[in-house]
Write a protein that binds this ligand. Sequence first.
Ligand code: ARG
Length: 266
Amino acid sequence: MKKITKVLALVIIALIGLVLSGCKQKDVNELEVIKKRGKLIVGTSPDYPPYEFIDIDTGEVIGFDIEIAKEIAKDLGVELEIKEMAFSGLLAALTTGNVDIVLAGMTPTPERQLSVDFSDIYYTAVQALIVHKDNQDVITSLADLAGKTIGVQKGTIQAEIAAEIEGATVRELGKITDLVMELKFKNVDALIVELPVAESYVANNNDLFLTSITFDEVDGGSAVAVKKNSPELLAEINKTLKRLMDENLIDKFVTDATNKVNADEE
Ligand code: ARG
């Protein structure tokens, strides 16, 4: 009798295990969802040249992140759709399933890693500070920022960096393009953005100046964000990124996008 109870108990445990593993298998496989749909939906905030910006001729979103997105879609054998939104809304769009992945020069921070997963880093930049040309001799060191107003994009690592600067006031806005206007009108004294972005805006606005102040201890590495627990999709993305890095294509995409930014200026 005792033995039978034991066997019964084991059978029940095995059955529970089966049911549970069955439930697990029902977990959504993001990779399959994308392939079935035949389209990869990428979220981005196109105010960050040369990463992503609007082509003034066509109104289309272009940039080196977009070239990488095209390669990911190509390797998956699906079409690509780009959804534009404010940077601070990107992770919510990802977790609610409004987009499949995010490419937006996004840095994988521990805080963000609580809600999403990240690919390998595909590009790294230092943080730079731009000011109005009239202030190029006024703001030449970190100490000069005391009592000044620093503009940063909402929800970015730059907002965190600015918050650490002694004596400075931080102004957070949703779009970098608006921050650039604020700087041109001297409503803010400086902006912090990743160096390639600083160079792009300075190249296109001759009233702006790139200071030699950098915050290089803060790594602005960019990675692709995906929904948590999508190992199949993540592996495919890392495969594409590795191919692009091995073929030196990311550097080429960065150069091409930067040339495009500079050509738009003329
Ligand atoms: N790398 C910074 C961050 O992750 C800024 C990214 C801003 N990207 C954009 N497309 N506006 O917080």
